[in-house]
Design a protein around this ligand. Structure first.
Ligand code: AMP
Ligand code: GLY
Length: 423
């Protein structure tokens, strides 16, 4: 069949790499894609949120499945757009409905869902510009540090964790009245701080049945030792060594199952990935967020460990027959290290020629922010490449990725040298 994959990052290159291995995939288009996807599929110069253009393309090319990588098209309702259009409704979209995507699009909506379905999460309240003074009073009832979350999508930057009460109150005013994160912070969720280790649980669901994918941990900060600004993620490891069967059992019975049951109870159509952000507090898993897509760079370690045919899984999701397929997981570890443009996550330059990729044979190079210019691969984003390796354990895998990064060069390239050191 002909499949259209939406997105342009390392996550999408990893999806594409896996999907073209399926005998079910005859032709793969990626919109807009990157230099990595161009090498294995056909890139289409089309925005992942231009639904009209997507419609025209899908009809013209006889596309029979659409797989959505990033959250934007989902939050904007691509699933419903297809469902409500007579010429598109026979084409499955892998991703949640617009209301399902609101679990990522609105922190308040996610908190209400969690509370309604008795899923463990931090205590909270939410405030608007009208109730800002109540919010300041609420902060005085909490212990520091204070967690302030912009309700809407803020490109991963909308969460502030502040030690000082007065500063937290000032920031709350900045968010609600000063529009610090624009429209996204017209509502703010104030949450109890959870002290523990973070991990992510990835689930693929057809809205009724679900499969839990391998666990992964990412490294969010730009600097070594987890310092400096937040990024999209600077590296990832799978599996997560501290997640044992007992913890996994708790995650499944207390969090995953009630989440999928919650979709059914609330009548939420959901055929796609759920990425559950958790904090492990004294071996009690507590939800801090839902994302309605796979993580990036987590996908670059989770998908390489999946032995099952991904397209067959997507077909089963579309038909609500996910219970008929068993997952087969590679027992090896996988790690990925992100190579980024100097300056990221702040200002950085693009268009730097990348050399040495062809010298890498025993790691997988997933492209993120790259493009082709006159036949040359050049940088085109903050996060540029993800170098993924397998190993009998994560140390072996990490060593391989670092050895291979030494073969790559572009002007002002940067990467963290401490991925996995904390494990
Ligand atoms: P989120 O966008 O909700 O994942 O939040 C971004 C980051 O803030 C998370 O990855 C955590 O490191 C941190 N965080 C969010 N909520 C809490 C919380 N209630 N307690 C402690 N840290 C949190
Ligand atoms: N790596 C975190 C995310 O994709 O949101």
């Amino acid at each position: 069949m002909t499949i259209l994959l939406l997105g342009s990052g390392g996550r999408e290159h990893a999806f594409a790499w896996k999907m073209i291995q399926s005998p079910l995939c005859e032709k793969l288009f990626v919109a807009p894609g990157n230099a990595g996807t161009a090498a294995i599929a056909t890139n289409v110069a089309m925005s992942a949120t231009d639904f009209e253009a997507i419609k025209t393309f899908v009809i013209k090319e006889n596309v029979s499945m659409v797989v959505v990588g990033p959250e934007d098209p989902l939050v904007k309702g691509i699933y419903d757009y297809f469902k409500n259009d007579e010429s598109l409704q026979h084409i499955p979209v892998i991703g949640p409905s617009k209301v399902g995507a609101t679990l990522e699009g609105s922190k308040e909506f996610a908190k209400e869902f969690l509370v309604r379905h008795n899923i463990p999460t931090a205590a909270y309240d939410s405030f608007t510009a009208e109730t800002v003074e109540k919010g300041c009073d609420f902060l005085t009832t909490l212990q520091p540090p204070y967690v302030l979350k912009a309700d809407g999508l803020a490109a991963g930057k909308g969460v502030l964790i502040i030690q000082d009460l007065a500063e937290a109150q000032t920031e709350l005013r900045n968010m609600l009245i000063g529009q610090k994160f624009g429209e996204a912070s017209s509502k703010v969720v104030i949450e109890e701080f959870l002290d523990g280790i973070e991990l992510s649980c990835f689930v693929l669901t057809d809205g009724k049945n679900y499969k839990i994918l391998p666990t992964a941990k990412d490294y969010k900060r730009i600097g070594e030792g987890d310092t400096g600004l937040n990024t999209g993620g600077m590296g990832a490891v799978s599996p997560v060594s501290f997640v044992d069967d007992v913890l996994m059992e708790k995650i499944e019975t207390r969090i995953v199952k009630p989440t999928i049951d919650g979709f059914q109870k609330d009548g939420i159509e959901y055929k796609g990935f759920v990425f559950i952000g958790l904090i492990n507090v004294n071996n009690e898993p507590i939800v801090i967020e839902y994302n309605v897509r796979m993580g990036d760079p987590e996908t670059e370690v989770v998908i390489p460990r999946l032995k099952t045919d991904l397209v067959a899984l997507f077909q089963a999701v579309a038909k609500q027959e996910l219970d008929t397929i068993d997952l087969e997981i590679d027992p090896r570890s996988a790690t990925t290290i992100m190579v980024v443009s100097g300056g990221y996550p702040e200002e950085y330059e693009k268009g730097k020629e990348i050399s040495g990729i062809e010298k890498i044979t025993d790691s997988i190079v997933f492209h993120a922010g790259t493009s082709l210019e006159s036949g040359k691969v050049v940088t085109n984003g903050g996060r540029v490449l993800a170098i993924t390796s397998y190993g009998e354990d994560f140390k072996e895998a990490i060593k391989k990725s670092y050895q291979n990064i030494d073969k790559i060069h572009f002007d002002q390239m940067y990467f963290r040298r401490d991925i996995g050191n904390d494990l």
